[in-house]
Design a binder for this molecule. Sequence first.
Ligand SMILES: Nc1nc2c(c(=O)[nH]1)N[C@H]1C(S)=C(S)[C@@H](COP(=O)(O)OP(=O)(O)OC[C@H]3O[C@@H](n4cnc5c(N)ncnc54)[C@H](O)[C@@H]3O)O[C@H]1N2
Ligand code: MOO
Length: 394
Amino acid sequence: MISHHEALEKVLATATHFGSEKIPLLESLNRILAEDIFADRDFPPFDRVTKDGIAVNSQALENNKTSFKIEAVYAAGSPQGILNSLENCVEIMTGAMLPKNCDSVIMYEDIEIKNGIATLQTEVKPRINIHRKGSDRQSGEKVLSKNQRISAKEIGVLATVGTSKVLVKKLPKIAIISTGDELVNVEETPLPHQIRTSNTLSLFAALEKEKITPTLLHIRDEKDIMLQQVENAIKNHDVLLLSGGVSKGKFDYLPEIFEELKVEKIFHRVLQRPGKPLWFGKQQEKNVTVFSFPGNPNSTFVNYHIYFIKWLTKSLELEDRNSEVILNTAVDANSNITRYLLVKTNAENGEIKAELLNENGSGDLISLANADGVILLPPEKVFEVGDLVEFVSF
Ligand SMILES: Nc1nc2c(c(=O)[nH]1)N[C@H]1C(S)=C(S)[C@@H](COP(=O)(O)OP(=O)(O)OC[C@H]3O[C@@H](n4cnc5c(N)ncnc54)[C@H](O)[C@@H]3O)O[C@H]1N2
Ligand code: MOO
């Protein structure tokens, strides 16, 4: 059996690129940029007026002039206006181009207008209330970087530089497959010996967070049917996420089926809990990666985050999103395997502290719902309150 560390290295070594595609801007939320984005013009593109009021020439202010004849009124969206006499002013609105011969804007609150004359009510500074052309970014400067995740903020930047179609990383096509004759659908009332399938739906929801909509498939514990359905899934997907059927049970056919379908076993069984029977492999010919998670719900969910999410993160060239937290509860004995323990995290005095949750084994998915993630405790070590430990969030 291999260690968690070796298993993760082997998983990450198979990370794959899926290419890129152009999609409409509003569909790109949460996707990953596949190219750098540059300013198509200066930002702002012209000297932009930032207050509603009047525009004047600063010479007049410096000469202590306090009354200005209004020559014209310009709205935002009208072409650049002009001040003909430097003694006068023009009315101007927020968002308009600063008119020619003007370099100062005085807001309406600081003037009084009577009979076409604007009179200062207070002392004002010259050359203010203008957002200078190119002062945020110059034309041609980089505004967003390749491999950045697109949030609502990036959508705004993409819009302002005119990217109506965005080049994003393609995502893998994924099938989630459950096995086990004890499983029924969520709409059904289980018989006393049955349970409702939950792993498939929690994985489906977890993948939706990654903007991946997977195919859902349930396969009965019948070897021939399993073989045919897994073969089909391999033909049409880049990744298979299976849950159940990989330990030592009489109906745990998956390892044999993978062998028959030329899915190369990279490892089976890891020195870890939960998830000791984890099976991982690759169908080289079709370039399909297979994560076969042990069926206990917490085992599937935790191993999805420990292995699959790290694999996806590397495949999409994203930064690893995991962190370290401070242990707030002592952990009893040391262990000869890597342990993943459910924790609730709290921010205290600028530090993130992790409190262990009571869990009733890896079938206890109700306790899983209270967890913010797991801490990873490597083997052969004793852990005390205050120790810094690796944290994988859900
Ligand atoms: N002799 C041994 N028995 C077991 C071992 C072992 O090493 N030797 N390992 C145990 C561990 S650890 C785990 S985890 C399980 C994993 O077994 P399988 O991957 O074969 O999973 P199943 O037996 O099919 O199911 C286990 C458990 O999980 C429930 N399950 C399965 N799929 C779903 C689903 N989609 N939604 C909700 N729950 C699901 C299933 O009903 C079982 O209760 O093996 C141990 N045994
Ligand atoms: O991996 Mo199993 O989840 O320890 O029960």
